[in-house]
Design a protein. Structure first.
Ligand code: ADP
Length: 430
């Protein structure tokens, strides 16, 4: 029992004893008991009224009182102080957060669950010409009127940032959900980076283009020289011709990559019949492989939106790799399946595989686990980079699983709604 409550009970007991004593002396016990209880009640009502007044503007100066009321004021004041300190701390954290986000060079906007602006920093003010007085509370897509941005907001899928242009600027926007339905929108101006990327791309494309003609001419001359020269020169000339062909292959692939890189998405996608495409690639693979492996195809009748030519390039590269890196008689499976998450097209082999640490780097240009082996097999080191770019343009992902000595699985995932899944009845197995 607390000290205040003990005091209060003592006070009440004394009051009752006093009423009983006076009542006993005068012969009006019940009347005195009633009056003392009424007095006690009035005293408590008075204290409740004082407490209500104090609660309106709590301060250190609590009303003078005794017993349990003294303790109530003490506890309430402690609670009030704790809350005030917590509020102060929160305000200081908030103002520090606002100061640091104000200082960020990136446009930062806090949006509520309806994508209405709650707060923005000065970089956002300058980038989008926002005004606190009229724009707070406005929907962000009413202020940034850009079709790709509107579609992005509607998509509700903010895993990958959005790149879009506004006027002469290229912007990279990321949207992160936090708290209870709020969003943090961060926008970076990447105009300079995009220009540098374009310069690098143009340089590689131009250099490859410029080198193509001399290499073709050299190849032609070597061919003629081989026809006209004697036996002793045949081997060195053949070697020169092989290298010239390799250079031609590398230049062609570099040009393909430059073309793929120049546009992020396919402007006019077509409906690609995956089963039919895989069947064509499968026939080519059988010819290329000339019976060295056991190649099988298993495909559902599926379609994806995109470019048939680019997908052919990507899937062919995966199959060529499987042939390259699988020992003779090994099994290679080409497949296309689907589930509620989308369409999967892939190649699985029983080849040499790669160790775990190489997997994230396989799609880099010229990255090879064993450069000597890749070159001997006619590889350029650009195949998987091409696959990755083609898939990016189709908003698809490449998933690689591999175990050294056991084999590899390269699976392309075309997420819904991009992929169209046709009825299952017409399943064909080859
Ligand atoms: P390359 O022309 O060298 O094959 P890629 O870009 O197609 O270039 O592949 C990069 C590297 O990834 C290869 O050099 C090889 O080390 C590894 N790789 C690709 N596919 C496979 C596979 N099916 N099995 C094992 N390793 C593979």
């Amino acid at each position: 029992m607390s000290k205040g409550l003990r005091q209060e009970l003592l006070l009440l007991a004394l009051l009752l004893l006093f009423a009983l004593f006076i009542g006993g002396l005068t012969g009006y016990v019940s009347q005195f008991l009633l009056v003392s209880m009424a007095g006690y009640l009035l005293w408590n009502l008075y204290n409740i009224q004082r407490l209500t007044r104090w609660l309106k503007s709590p301060s250190k100066n609590t009303p003078e009182t005794t017993g349990v009321w003294d303790e109530i004021y003490y506890q309430l004041y402690q609670l009030y102080q704790r809350q005030r300190n917590a509020r102060r701390k929160l305000t200081s954290i908030l103002s520090r957060f606002q100061e640091s986000t104000q200082a960020l060079p990136y446009a930062t906007v806090v949006l509520n669950e309806f994508f209405e602006i709650d707060w923005f920093n000065s970089a956002a003010k300058n980038m989008f010409d926002l005004h606190a007085s009229k724009d707070v509370g406005q929907r962000i897509d009413n202020l940034i009127r850009q079709p790709r941005f509107t579609m992005y907001i509607k998509s509700r899928d903010y895993d990958t940032p959005l790149e879009f242009s506004m006027g002469a600027n290229n912007l990279l926007l990321s949207l992160t959900a936090y708290g209870s339905g709020q969003y943090l929108m961060i926008v970076r101006d990447i105009t300079e980076r995009t220009k540098l990327d374009a310069m690098r791309r143009d340089f590689i494309a131009n250099a490859s283009h410029e080198l193509k003609t001399p290499i073709t001419v050299i190849s032609g001359f070597i061919e003629t020289m081989r026809e006209q020269s004697d036996e002793s020169l045949q081997i060195p000339l053949e070697k020169i011709q092989q290298q010239a062909s390799r250079m031609q292959l590398i230049l062609n692939e570099l040009l393909q990559l430059a073309r793929l890189e120049s546009e992020n998405y396919i402007d006019h996608p077509e409906v690609v019949d995956v089963e039919n495409l895989l069947d064509e690639i499968y026939q080519d693979a059988i010819v290329l492989d000339s019976g060295k492996h056991d190649i099988v195809l298993s495909s559902l009748p599926l379609t994806v939106d995109g470019s048939r030519e680019e997908l052919r390039m990507a899937f062919s590269n995966l199959i060529i790799n499987a042939i390259r890196y699988t020992p003779e008689n090994g099994k290679i499976k080409i497949f296309a399946t689907a589930d509620e998450a989308g369409v999967y097209v892939g190649v699985e082999d029983e080849g040499i595989g790669v160790t775990y640490e190489h997997i994230p780097r396989l799609t880099e240009r010229f990255y090879r686990v064993d450069p000597g082996r890749s070159r001997n097999q006619g590889g350029t080191g650009l195949g998987l980079a091409i696959v990755k770019h083609v898939l990016d343009r189709h908003r698809a992902q490449l998933v690689i699983q591999s175990r050294p000595g056991k084999g590899s699985l390269f699976r392309c995932h075309f997420p819904v709604p991009q992929a169209v899944i046709e009825p299952r009845e017409s399943v064909t197995q080859l």
